[in-house]
Design a protein around this ligand. Structure first.
Ligand code: ACO
Length: 308
């Protein structure tokens, strides 16, 4: 769906969307559900890493748009792919879902509890987007990305992770209706309260500050400096947030990966989608230090430092 397509639906313009967000188009997964997207990404990840299905001992799936309220989307993926040797569960951490899921996988592997985990970030946000609200509908898109995390000898891999949240800001980005607090009722006019509601400008300021802090924390905790980092793979929420982050941590935009123009904000799918494209484009070399960093509804944020 291009910006021109959205001009036909709400009072907006390609110029406004591109200049304020960096987004030119986003993907809408018509005729598919969240688990379908996840299965495609996960199948590619298993293939790319040469992993057999029965090696996967844990499936951790970050999403706020599962197929069903019950069971988890991870269990649906498990059933569809026949990953019968795994424990499967979802992580509800909005745009930080992949980072949180990765940190859990990393802990289980470091503790020696498991050897291989499948970590997925996936969203079908178009289902929960209010296409009457120009403040939100121009931003979001659908997508999925996945990685296999394995126990390996040597110094490469996930060096450290940092995750944090602040529930005081929960109403800056939320869906009010549809949960146990405000269940659906046939007689109620939801007026968009069951879709994504967002106070974008307040989130913007907190996002820049906390994404910068999280990035610096994982770098400094490892005894490194920003100069040691080859590439930052940030959550693709808004190009102006990403540029402000780069300025704040003093890293050149040449070292920051961007694909927001093609996908918009895909929440939990954003970081793995960007990581995969950066890798396929040859932007990441063996031994490079890579930082992934995200921010989302909760409010919630986190970063992961990887030696590739
Ligand atoms: N087209 C045209 N005009 C618009 C549009 C649009 N699509 N959307 C808003 N406007 C108007 C507003 O109505 C406002 O008009 P007014 O001044 O007459 O009231 C004006 O543009 C400016 O609005 P702001 O909200 O102040 O615009 P801002 O520069 O902050 O950009 C945006 C809005 C893009 C949402 C930005 O604030 C942002 O990216 N915020 C962060 C979003 C985010 O990161 N969310 C967290 C992750 S998502 C997750 O967790 C699922």
């Amino acid at each position: 769906m291009t910006n021109a397509d959205l001009e036909k639906i709400v009072d907006t313009s390609d110029e406004w969307i591109a200049s304020r967000t960096g987004i030119r188009e986003r993907r809408i997964a018509n005729g598919m559900v969240t688990s379908d997207l996840a299965v495609i990404a996960a199948t590619n990840a298993l293939e790319m890493s040469g992993t057999a299905k029965d090696e996967i001992e844990m499936i951790i799936l970050g999403t706020v748009t599962p197929d069903y309220r019950l069971p988890s989307a991870a269990c649906v993926v498990q059933q569809k792919m026949g990953l019968n040797n795994a424990a499967a569960f979802d992580v509800v951490a909005a745009c930080t879902g992949f980072i949180n899921a990765l940190s859990i996988a990393s802990s289980y592997i470091e503790n020696g509890n498991i050897k291989k985990a499948l970590v997925i970030g996936v969203e079908k946000l178009s289902t929960f987007t209010n296409f009457k609200d120009r403040n939100t509908c121009v931003i979001f898109g659908d997508g999925a990305g996945a990685v296999v995390v394995s126990a390996e000898e040597g110094d490469r891999g996930i060096i450290n992770s940092f995750i944090k949240s602040d529930g005081r800001y929960l109403k800056l980005l939320w869906s009010e209706v549809g949960g146990a607090a405000n269940p659906y009722s046939e007689s109620f006019d939801f007026n968009g309260t069951d879709k994504i509601m967002m106070n974008g400008s307040d989130i913007f300021k907190i996002a820049v500050k906390e994404m910068s802090n999280a990035t610096l924390k994982v770098i400094n905790d490892a005894g490194l400096t920003v100069d040691d980092i080859s590439i930052v793979v940030p959550h693709q929420a808004n190009i102006r947030i990403i540029e402000s982050l780069a300025k704040r941590i003093k890293i050149s935009m040449d070292k920051v990966f961007l694909n927001i123009a093609k996908y918009g904000n895909t929440s939990a799918a954003s970081v793995p989608l960007a990581l995969d494209e950066a890798n396929r484009e040859g932007r990441i070399k063996d031994g490079d230090y890579v930082v992934m960093v995200a921010f989302g509804g909760g409010l919630i944020w986190g970063a992961t430092l990887v030696k590739w």
